[in-house]
Ligand binder design. Sequence first.
Ligand code: AMP
Length: 625
Amino acid sequence: MPVCDNHGPRGKTAANLAATRRTTMTDFPDSPVSFGALQLPPALLSALADVGYETPSPIQAACIPIILDGRDLLGEAQTGTGKTAAFALPILARLDLTLKKPQALILAPTRELAIQVAEAFQKYAKHMPGFHVLPLYGGQSMVIQLRALSRGAHVIVGTPGRVMDHLERKSLNLDALQTLVLDEADEMLRMGFIDDVEWILGNTPATRQTALFSATMPEPIRRITKRYQRDPEQIKIKAATATVSTIRQRYWIARGADKLDALTRMLEVEEDFDAALIFVRTKLATVDLAEKLEARGLEAAALNGDMTQGLREQVIERLKSGSLDIVVATDVAARGIDVPRVSHVINYDIPYDTEAYIHRIGRTGRAGRAGTAILFVAPREQRMLKVIEQATRQKIEPISLPTAGEVADRRVAQFQQQILETLGNENLDFFYDVIRRMEGEQNLATRQIAAALAFLATRERPLKPDLPDIPVPPPRPEFTERPARESSEPRGEKPVRERRPATADFGDKPKPTLAEGDLKRYRIEVGRNLGATPKEIVGAIANEGGIAGKFIGQIHLFADFSTVELPELPPDVLATLKKTRVKQTPLNIRLFDMDAPAPRKAPAKPKFDKPKFDKPAAPRKPRKP
Ligand code: AMP
């Protein structure tokens, strides 16, 4: 995908974008290829049409031919680049559906990612009758998994621990395995799974194809690729960098509110708003979002590759002339748009790569004007945010969702403006008469009549909207590396893990790994008696709470409960994590209070006034490869 639009950058931003530098390890096609050109079978092409993907993302264009060809691959890619389809599509294309044995295994660091990847396979295989994908992760009943395995599956997506368990029990047979994918390998390393991963690599057919995806390439990952991959093709998304000084960049963490609600609030309160270009990922989403905005009273039009050239030009003309203020577009359809009145670019869906981001935000700040770019970031996509900051060489400022009060203030200000304009521009003599008569006949003050009129005039769009107040998420912690947390399951050599002795002695001060005071100790109601492991706890908290694994501090396991060090949790995250389950048990997380009496279970046999602390979890015995 090109760094700049096809027509070349223009205006002031052009000079900035000219500083763009590309680094690449593998050449990508510079113009977007189509999925059809990637030799994918018709069943997959029609599934892609169903989900509305317009063109392959850069990682897809690069990886699909390699995986189709059976070669090994080493891909440096973040979440959000489209990497799941980059491996899922060629794997599906190569499957023999008549052979009901696992032909592909995808290892993922967390249960949530495993489920997400399995769902992606299901979505792309919509027109492949008889296809079966099976997610295998800890925390789910073994009986269910054993039954599903005995029914047979073509693709297995699992977390390393559970896959290993099944291989050891011989309930999972990988004799027919063709492709092994390690997804988010650096996250698996960070979570302490790397030995399990190596064990699995050592216990699968040597003839297999191995694709490894990782956002970063630390040494232990490189070591794995050297040992277990055969001359892998290296794919790295081109790192485009540019300075975009006329554009103010901001981001919002999409947590605790739905994106549509956030978007409409932002569009209402943004200062210096003239026109907005909103970017989404699919053609369907352009139409869907434009319709939803219209339903909320904001005139918006879609712009996508399915529209005829004439229709697209019409939309751009309306945007230029000011008869339309909001356009919802895909990257492809918005390529090269040059409309100086676009004051805002909103990245409703995060772009695949920095090139797409730079291209998108370059649609504002044109012809010497100032522009604003707002990026919606899901908690899982925060790493992509960091990469974008590096690429644009600018700090992206966090913003919080406008409150109901701010929306009301803006509406009132607009309403007052309308009144002043009407007073200045219209002949109101007849209406003065009507009001004067009413004052006399009904004995009313002008203020009373005016208030009733204001109510009537704004009934459709109330000045004081009834919007829920959404808690403000905590500021983004600085992304500093920290030693990995204590785990109770060491297995063999741990290259990057610094092991800190877990101690049950709470007189011993916790050792925060972020800045002093950043971490608080929380209590969760799952402990060793349920068989919970630190890995499962980290996985659940990281995924459900949207907290990067690296910000989860020490975990201490006790018989009936555990404690976890975390940054201070905002109420919405706390509420989510209370309901999050590990070993089918809600975490019921709360701040750990050392003086609180131990929760009593009926019948409460031991009479402790204070929690009785057991020894920390004993390390599990290393398994033999
Ligand atoms: P991933 O990086 O695999 O987690 O994908 C991120 C998101 O991008 C998912 O919601 C996908 O459905 C979406 N996506 C992946 N490939 C494409 C594509 N070619 N066009 C539009 N959306 C895509």
